[in-house]
Design a protein around this ligand. Structure first.
Ligand code: MN
Length: 247
């Protein structure tokens, strides 16, 4: 009986010893990781501020949607992108564009979150205030190119809306420039036309988020109503700027 008790006592001490050792090791690993993280933090991706107030796009896109979409959804893509780049081995990449060019070398977490970060950063800049609900048709060179490529602005909007409506589930509608030509396309999830895995590739100059999180609070299941309203706040100055660079 006493032998048995001794044995139990020894075992308990042994496991305590092992536990103590593993605590020390875990602390050491933490310390090493913290140093690595501090170094990494210098180059991590960050959430860009919205270029206008949260309520600037009212009444077409509501304040609460913009708060959640920017502060929660976009922030989550940024946080998870940094995490994904830290926790798995990937080729070195100095920018999102470099990641996109070599997309198959990265895992799904990087694909989803690098796309999420890029797409939203672009999306915010492609909208502007239109409180008086003034007509907001394209102007400048991009208007000429749209008319030449699609016949009319109305026909262009119809095809772009179709691309958004037919995107099953979550994704994006795009106007891209490819070989100096305008093209409408759409991508699933957070993919975009810069990614090497994208079916249709080109330089995005206009983007529309058709994830439910982009419209559900105000428009519920009516994606078409959201898309129609969105044309009122498209920032055609920005589209022209991107078009000039992409041509
Ligand atoms: Mn979104």
């Amino acid at each position: 009986m006493s032998e048995r008790r001794d044995f139990l006592k020894k075992s308990a001490l042994l496991s305590l010893g092992t536990l103590a050792t593993s605590i020390v090791s875990a602390k050491k690993i933490d310390a090493i990781e913290n140093i690595a993280n501090e170094h990494f933090l210098l180059e991590e991706y960050t959430l860009p501020a919205l270029p206008y107030a949260y309520d600037a796009l009212e009444p077409f896109i509501d304040k609460q949607t913009m708060e959640l979409h920017h502060d929660k959804h976009h922030q989550a893509y940024v946080t998870n992108l940094n995490k994904a780049l830290q926790t798995a081995k990937h080729p070195a990449a100095n920018s999102l564009e470099e990641i996109f060019k070599n997309m198959t070398a990265f895992d799904t977490a990087v694909r989803n979150n690098s796309g999420g970060h890029y797409n939203h950063s672009l999306f915010w800049t492609l909208m502007r205030e239109n409180k008086d609900a003034k007509l907001n048709n394209p102007d400048g060179k991009v208007a000429d190119a749209i008319n030449a490529s699609f016949g009319s602005v109305d026909e262009f909007k119809k095809q772009f809306n179709d691309a958004g409506a037919k995107r099953f589930g979550s994704g994006w509608a795009w106007l891209i420039v490819e070989n100096k030509k305008l093209k409408i396309t759409s991508t699933p999830n957070q993919d975009n036309p810069l990614m090497s895995i994208s079916e249709v590739k080109g330089t995005p100059i206009l983007a529309l988020d058709v994830w439910e999180h982009a419209y559900y609070l105000k428009y519920q299941n009516k994606r078409a109503d959201y898309m129609n309203a969105w044309w009122n706040v498209v920032n055609w100055n920005k589209v022209n700027e991107l078009f000039a660079k992409a041509e």
